[in-house]
Design a protein around this ligand. Structure first.
Ligand SMILES: Nc1ncnc2c1ncn2[C@@H]1O[C@H](COP(=O)(O)OP(=O)(O)OP(=O)(O)O)[C@@H](O)[C@H]1O
Ligand SMILES: [Mg+2]
Length: 318
């Protein structure tokens, strides 16, 4: 069964070593690494999910490793449990796209009606003679501009979600990307203080800087929107356990406990003009980088978004 899940089509015998089994097949390297790292680590259990590209096929595998110790605790054998989630993930993806298409159609229909009305009344021959002509033109044009902008925002978000290009990873310093993004907000008139606490000599990361900026912009925008009366935005970097963590903490309205697990869902929003795609896009980009995201929030106290990216192990500073 394991051979089938891992799509190994070479003859496999009971006497093969792990190296013989995995090492010839580069596409199984992540699972080989999990197993070999686990064997030299102190952990007794580990699990991870992998999206592998095995001979051109996108395969989702969940792997768990357990150590079984001998009575004197000196030796152990390792059991690896593999689950093939490929079919399930594909079904979920198709369902997600159906939902997305339905919702998008609905979102596009909403602003189209006011645009049509505004344009139609501008074409109305009678209004040219009206004493309020200039006022009506201004009002209707404003309404068209407002609704078109809303559509543009929706489409920009949607296409960055749908046509998300493959990540183009380059070794980079995370502080550089953070600072460049923060600088975009330097002149913001709002009463928001941005503080940074960057860990010196933090490991480098392999990232697509433009996409990480997009993530940061979405998170900072959420934080600013959560602090309409102003507040503090604290951006921290720290390395932990082969990961580089970026923490973005605001002192805003917080997220009520009962909706905290919904915020990553596509189209979940509590804002009048929100698309609810911001955090969905962020978590997609971060998982494409082999990282993950977490949100810790307390209502009326603030929200902290934590992004974990794999650290580049060779070398630290440029
Ligand atoms: N820093 C934050 N403080 C309080 N609530 C937040 C914060 N970040 C996210 N949320 C909550 O999570 C929801 C989803 O956020 P997301 O960024 O995905 O969409 P949005 O901000 O509503 O819309 P858009 O990003 O398109 O403007 C928000 O509507 C809000 O309720
Ligand atoms: Mg948002």
């Amino acid at each position: 069964m394991a051979v089938k899940i891992l799509r190994i089509d070479r003859p496999v015998t009971n006497t093969m070593t792990i190296d013989e089994l995995f090492n010839q097949q580069n596409d199984l390297k992540p699972i080989y690494n999990l197993l070999t790292d686990f064997n030299i680590s102190k952990e007794v259990f580990i699990e991870n999910e992998f999206n592998l590209n095995i001979k051109g096929e996108s395969v989702y595998i969940k792997a768990a490793c357990v150590k079984l110790f001998s009575e004197n605790k000196k030796e152990f054998s390792t059991i690896i449990i593999l689950e093939d989630h490929t079919r399930m993930i594909q079904t979920q993806k198709v369902a997600a796209w159906h939902g997305m298409a339905r919702h998008l159609a609905h979102e596009i229909r909403n602003p189209l009606t006011p645009i049509l009305w505004a344009a139609e009344s501008l074409l109305d021959a009678d209004i040219k003679n009206s004493p309020d002509f200039m006022k009506i033109v201004a009002e209707n044009s404003n309404s068209i501009v407002k609704e078109v902008k809303r559509l543009q925002n929706l489409l920009a978000k949607f296409s960055s979600f749908a046509k998300m290009p493959d990540v183009n990873l380059k070794t980079d310093r995370i502080e550089r990307v953070l600072q460049e993004t923060i600088d975009m907000y330097a002149k913001s008139p709002m009463n928001i203080k941005i503080k940074t606490k960057f860990q010196p000599d933090i490991p480098l990361v392999k990232i697509d800087a433009e996409m990480i900026k997009q993530v940061l912009i979405n998170i900072i925008k959420n934080a600013i929107e959560a602090m309409p009366m102003g507040g503090n935005l604290t951006i921290t970097t720290v390395s932990l356990d082969k990961m580089v963590l970026i923490e973005i903490a605001d002192t805003g309205i917080g997220i009520p406990a009962n909706i905290q697990d919904k915020v990553f869902e596509p189209y979940f929003t509590t804002k009048e003009s929100g698309t609810g795609l911001g955090l969905t896009i962020c978590s997609k980009i971060i998982s494409d980088h082999g990282g993950h995201m977490k949100i810790i929030s307390r209502e009326n106290e603030g929200t902290t978004v934590i992004i974990a990216l794999p650290a580049e192990m060779e070398g630290t500073k440029t």
